[in-house]
Ligand binder design. Structure first.
Ligand SMILES: Cc1cc2nc3c(=O)[nH]c(=O)nc-3n(C[C@H](O)[C@H](O)[C@H](O)COP(=O)(O)OP(=O)(O)OC[C@H]3O[C@@H](n4cnc5c(N)ncnc54)[C@H](O)[C@@H]3O)c2cc1C
Length: 421
């Protein structure tokens, strides 16, 4: 490798977009990721709820850049950056030199200081999280089928989802579909339609980032599907037996965490100022103060919109930042003036509620119901990588939509946690 060395840490939406756009003579790109795949997180909940298989929403990063000889991919976990020596340190002891460094390491779910809840209420960020949740969901029905004590059986068939943002709402909707349609005819001792699905939100309404009318519609649709929506009171405790909402204890053996976000350690590695959730506060050109050679982008960074509000932690925002940094690096390489500061363009918020219902908030235009669902579906299929994935996902959805069958209902991995149902 010769010339200018650009190291990108993180092959998520921001890092991948940057590498795709950054084609520059005399520049080599190294992508470092602790996983070998790029993950399409917006559909992760469909793996957790048995609609899609893992390989339908994740692709080896190496394969994505097969034909780009200027791009190398390294599998490794970054644990620090020596900004003086310009070296990235990997957990296994290797050091990778850079001239320009882009940290695009994303964020993870957070438990508001209650990390002890994690074993009982797994969150959703990586493929392993999705398969853990899928295993717990499916095991709950299997164990309930064998259970004769009605109270224990009831706790086994109570599914609690904490947090009613898009992920929480989408999970609740599909679990309702699973219990009321997909599994109905398959069990002999239990009636899956009697399963209790609880969606708990500390704030006043579901989908807080959407317009109130859409939140209201989503809440009504969920209720019609059999989901019990509880807003306005936070979960105050969580253990292997269930959750507490204030004084009320709800026996529930399957709890899913869909609230709270904590940025990766990128800000710490480069000594950048950070906000409450650990996002690096970056300059208008997305560089770190006093380090024009270091960029932090995507969910790991706190970037402001023109109105001064934080750019949301969503995939289009991460991709726009990746595109922008590619332009800055290219301008530098070609000794052209730097592009104007990064400007975020909000394209809208989308969430599905049920098998043929969704809400879309484009600001001035708001859609709900079946039309919104079709738009949501096409948008997601469009952004998947490769024709094969698009066809596979479309087929899995068609199968689920017409026959109610979910194609990925496999219990894999061993039970390892003591709270496992
Ligand atoms: C369940 C879920 C559902 C979502 N749904 C939507 C949606 O419907 N629409 C939407 O627009 N957005 C959605 N989002 C948000 C969206 O996925 C994120 O905003 C987006 O992924 C951010 O992109 P990123 O590149 O900053 O980070 P990521 O895509 O998270 O990528 C970060 C990468 O960095 C790697 N990495 C992290 N730490 C290290 C390290 N120490 N060393 C090496 N590599 C590291 C990770 O392995 C990962 O590949 C969802 C997120 C989740 C979790």
């Amino acid at each position: 490798m010769a010339g200018h060395r650009v190291v990108i840490v993180g092959g998520g939406f921001a890092g991948l977009q940057l590498a795709k756009d950054l084609k520059c003579p005399d520049t080599s790109i190294t992508i470092i990721d602790r996983r070998n795949h790029h993950l399409f997180q917006p559909l992760l909940y469909q793996v957790a709820t048995t609609v899609l298989a893992t390989s339908e929403i994740a692709w080896p990063i190496r394969a994505v850049f097969r034909s780009r000889k200027d791009v190398s991919t390294l599998l490794g976990e970054v644990i620090g950056v020596d900004t003086a020596a310009r070296l990235v340190s990997l957990k296994d002891g290797h050091s990778i030199p850079y001239d320009t460094l882009v940290l695009a390491t994303g964020a993870r779910h957070a438990y508001f200081g209650r990390d002890d809840w994690e074993p009982f209420a797994p969150g959703l960020k990586a493929l392993e999280d999705a398969t853990t949740i899928r295993r717990r969901l499916l095991l709950a029905f299997e164990k309930a089928e064998l259970e004769s004590n009605p109270d224990i059986r009831r706790a086994m068939l109570t599914f609690s989802i904490i947090g009613a943002g898009p992920t929480g709402v989408e999970m609740a909707g599909i679990i309702a579909e699973l219990t009321h349609r997909t599994l109905v005819e398959e069990f002999r001792s239990i009636d899956t339609t009697r399963a209790r699905i609880l969606l708990v939100e500390a704030g006043p309404r579901v989908l807080p980032a959407f317009h109130e009318t859409l939140s209201h519609y989503a809440e009504q649709s969920l209720a019609a599907m059999g989901v019990e929506v509880r807003t306005g009171r936070p979960v105050t405790n969580c253990n292997e037996h269930g959750i507490s909402i204030g004084d009320e204890f709800v026996p529930s053996h399957t709890v899913i965490w869909a609230a709270g976000v904590q940025a990766s350690k990128a800000s710490v590695w480069v000594g950048a100022e950070k906000d409450r959730v650990g996002r690096a506060i970056v300059q208008p050109d997305l560089t770190v103060m006093d380090h024009p050679e270091i960029f932090v982008i995507g969910d790991a960074a706190l970037v402001k919109t023109g109105e001064g509000t934080p750019v949301p932690g969503i995939a289009p925002a991460a991709k726009q930042q990746g595109k922008y940094v590619a332009k800055v690096i290219k301008a530098r390489a070609n000794q052209r003036p730097a592009p104007p500061p990064f400007k975020y363009k909000h394209l809208g918020n989308l969430a599905t509620i049920g098998p043929s219902s969704a809400v879309i908030d484009f600001g001035k235009l708001r859609l709900k119901g079946t039309l919104a669902w079709w738009i949501w579906g096409f948008a997601h299929i469009y952004f998947l990588i490769g024709t094969r994935s698009r066809m596979a996902v479309a087929l899995s959805w068609l199968w689920a939509f017409t026959a109610g069958h979910h194609s990925a209902r496999l219990i894999t991995q061993k039970e390892t946690l003591k709270n496992e149902v």
